[in-house]
Write a protein that binds this ligand. Structure first.
Ligand code: PEP
Ligand code: MN
Length: 351
């Protein structure tokens, strides 16, 4: 797939920042927020015109009535304006009112019919289009949506990482599952990815740490919900911050170098490589012993899976890992995978 870079204007080459309220509520709310953000140096303004709500009864956006407000933001502040589109009609209206950047929401990305309908409506459009990850953690679905939009001839494509929903909500509103955007970057390196800490965290106090994490992962931009009076927001009130707070959050972010510049890191990577070699060596030795045990089990007509032994390993190693500063869950997962391979090898022996 040939995806071109997004090429968005910004003071600094990275990260690019898109900020604005979850929803365009009133002309006054839109203009007050936009002017405050522009004063802080923001170049791109977001506001939802059509809002997909989980349950009926929530504020579903004003639709066309609110589009002139975005036009006014453009005219009065010079910022580029962005909004979510979910149907071909939204695309047509957004373009008619001069919306610069369109994004496809997480619920829409999850539906290939809807994405294809949008792709058809976006044929040859020159505006940047950002595709949010689908609500479910399915990288192929995300890439599929990007491909559909790319196939429509849209050259300025980007992706937004907004986290993935899960049944049990813990800290995050949507689990970040960073490995997914990282894998997207590995598969399609030239597509800019921006992080949406507001929808991942669902909470104001998580915006700053999530922004920093996103930058540390090498993300290219941030899209953050900002409202002139967050507590009074008609949607997603708990995850919006004032333009002042956003400015403060951005000012404390540490932007790390993407490229390797020091000798030091090269030496450290060499050490990691050596340790990885040893790890694979040790694993191979462990598997050889597993196969011998398989032989023993075969000769003594024993079953391969000995549940009590398996539990003992998981528990003992989990606790040992915690003591050494490695998450017990991580160790458990590693040993589950090792055990699975051991079992596979013993099955081979027993055949
Ligand atoms: C939004 O950006 O306001 C929004 C509805 O996001 P998502 O599609 O990520 O839920
Ligand atoms: Mn929102």
């Amino acid at each position: 797939m040939e995806l071109k870079s997004l090429n968005l204007p910004s003071d600094n080459p990275r990260p690019f920042i898109i900020a604005g309220p979850c929803s365009a509520e009133t002309e006054e709310q839109v203009m007050t927020t936009a002017k405050a953000l522009a004063k802080k140096g923001c170049h791109m303004f977001r506001a939802g015109i059509w809002k997909p709500r989980t349950k009926p009864g929530g504020f579903e956006g004003h639709g066309e009535k609110a589009l002139p407000w975005l036009k006014q933001v453009k005219d009065e502040t010079g910022m580029l304006v962005a909004t979510e589109v979910a149907t071909p009609e939204h695309v047509e209206l957004a373009l008619k009112y001069g919306v610069d950047i369109l994004w496809i929401g997480a619920r829409t990305t999850a539906n290939p019919f809807a994405v294809q309908a949008l792709a058809d409506a976006l044929q040859g459009v020159e505006n940047p289009v950002l595709v949010k990850n689908p609500v479910n953690p399915d990288l192929e679905l995300w890439i599929g949506a990007l491909e559909r939009i790319n196939n429509a001839g849209v050259k300025k494509l980007g992706a937004i990482h907004r986290g993935f929903s899960s049944y049990d909500k813990k800290i995050y509103r949507n689990l970040p599952m960073w490995q997914i955007p990282i894998e997207l970057h590995r598969r399609i390196p030239n597509i800019p990815i921006c992080c949406d800490p507001s929808h991942i965290g669902g909470r104001r106090d998580l915006i700053a740490p999530l922004c920093q994490q996103a930058l540390d992962m090498g993300m290219d931009g941030l899209i953050v919900e900002s409202h002139c009076n967050p507590d009074a927001a008609w949607s997603d009130a708990s995850q919006q911050v004032t333009p002042d707070i956003l400015d403060y959050i951005l000012s404390i972010l540490v932007i790390r170098e993407k490229v390797v510049t020091t000798e030091n890191i090269i030496a450290l990577r060499k050490q990691i490589d050596e340790i990885d070699d040893s790890l694979i060596d040790l694993l191979a030795r462990r598997m050889r012993i597993s196969r011998e045990i398989g032989q023993y089990k075969k000769e003594h007509s024993m079953t391969i899976i000995q549940a009590s032994r398996y539990n003992e390993i998981l528990e003992k190693r989990g606790a040992q890992g915690s003591l050494m500063g490695i998450g017990a869950d991580c160790i458990k997962e590693i040993f589950e995978t090792i055990h699975e391979e051991s079992v596979r090898q013993q099955v081979e022996v027993m055949k």
